[in-house]
Design a protein around this ligand. Structure first.
Ligand code: AMP
Length: 393
């Protein structure tokens, strides 16, 4: 079992905000960081020691990353398993290609969950038009059509209310292999976040209670307002999934809480997760440091929550009228601003988040929503220094 001590180099495939926050924590601990990202000057590349530009299926770029790294991890599921297997021949990859093969295909993930007896929505795969009709009939209405691969933040997903929606739904996802799953009329959504080290030790973070807008995470409230018995069930479920996968690193499991109080697995994310961003500021050890520790073979850190918190995502829509007025956030000492350094603000793109720390999470939620509403106002007065830009990029 290879341990990579500070001073060694962490390679990250994917250069988004998760990689950026991993890199920031890794560098604080004295690691060097190399990032493979299709984009130049991406979120993580800006804070890494080495940036390798290349697509996720670019074998030569993967080799260049592997040469520089003592251990390789990733910030996205959408890395082809063959590339990971190739890197594994020379450098440890954590989580492994085998874990990613299961998780990156929604159908494989559902079959895996079924095999370990994890509760989940009814689902049915299909391969042709006839099979699609049979699958929806077997699952029942309403249901959701989901592509097997490449889906995130509601992409590649269509809700089907009745037979009348079938044709439109199939057109919307094209011929991509897909499955149908029951639409869950949930009471709330929560996520269990844990880390598993090389020896199989597991540490749990407090559960997050999540809301979504347009299928994209909107807020996380921590701790989640759920009975203690459910907290224990979620932890057991998360640990069972991580152990059965042989996962190493941070893992989030998104769960539906049904109206009769049961848990159903929505999906597994074998990496730090948006609903765990609160840990970066509200916990002794952030999910990003925890992930670095786990994949480097170090002992896990203390996940204790220092203060209850609410996280709200900042999406690209906020930039429609130009750079938002960050004074709106910064004048509240209990609010912390995180921006990911993305050059282009597109609608629905995750650009940053705000973390509000407060023992009273209702008050934290009200402030988070208020800050967001004010940021959304194009007339907000700018901070004096805000417009200053250096002449060089
Ligand atoms: P996903 O990309 O699968 O995590 O889906 C994003 C969001 O869409 C979830 O967090 C839910 O709010 C919603 N969603 C996805 N699948 C279902 C389902 N089977 N039933 C109800 N809501 C769903």
């Amino acid at each position: 079992m290879t341990v990579v001590w500070p001073g060694g180099t962490l390679g990250i495939i994917g250069g988004g905000q998760l990689a950026r926050m991993m890199a920031l924590e890794a560098r604080r601990m004295g690691y060097r960081v190399a990032v493979l990202d299709p984009e130049p000057d991406g979120s993580a590349g800006q804070v890494a020691d080495h940036a390798v530009q290349g697509a996720f299926d670019d074998v030569e770029a993967g080799d260049r990353l592997a040469v520089q790294a003592d251990v390789v991890t990733l910030d996205t599921e959408h890395v082809p398993a063959p590339l990971l297997e190739r890197i594994e021949a020379t450098t440890p990859v954590r989580p492994s290609a085998a874990v990613m093969r299961v998780v990156q295909d929604r159908l494989e993930q559902r079959r895996f969950l079924e095999a370990i007896g994890a509760p989940q929505p009814r689902y049915a795969p299909f391969s042709d038009a006839q099979g699609f009709r049979e699958a929806t009939a077997a699952v029942g209405y309403p249901c959701v059509l989901k592509t097997r691969r490449e889906g995130y933040d509601g992409k590649g997903q269509v809700r089907i209310g009745s037979e009348a929606d079938l044709e439109g739904a199939r057109r919307a996802v094209g011929r991509a292999p897909a499955l149908v799953e029951a639409f869950v009329d949930f009471e709330k959504e929560i996520s269990v976040l844990l880390a598993r080290d090389l020896e199989g030790n597991v540490r749990f973070y407090p559960l997050a209670e999540n809301t979504h807008r347009r299928h994209i995470l909107h807020t996380s409230r921590v701790p989640a307002r759920v009975p203690a018995a459910l907290v224990a069930q979620a932890a057991e479920l998360g640990a069972r999934i991580a152990a059965a996968l042989g996962h190493v690193g941070v893992m989030a499991v998104e769960l539906f809480v049904t109206r009769d109080g049961r848990l159903l697995v929505n999906e597994i994310a074998p990496r730090p997760h948006n609903s765990g961003h609160y840990t970066f500021g509200a916990c002794v050890t952030s999910q990003f440091e925890q992930h670095v520790r786990a994949v480097c073979g170090l002992p896990l850190g203390d996940p204790t929550l220092l203060r209850p918190a609410v996280m709200v995502n900042l999406l690209g829509d906020l930039w429609r009228a130009g750079e938002p007025d960050w004074g709106v956030v910064l004048r509240h000492p209990e609010a912390r601003l995180h921006l990911y350094g993305k050059r282009e603000a597109r609608d629905g793109r995750k650009m940053g988040h705000v973390l509000v720390l407060d023992d009273d999470t209702d008050r934290a939620m009200a402030l988070a929503e208020d800050i967001l509403a004010q940021l959304d106002r194009p007339t907000a007065a700018p901070l004096p220094a805000r417009r200053k830009r250096s002449a060089t990029p």
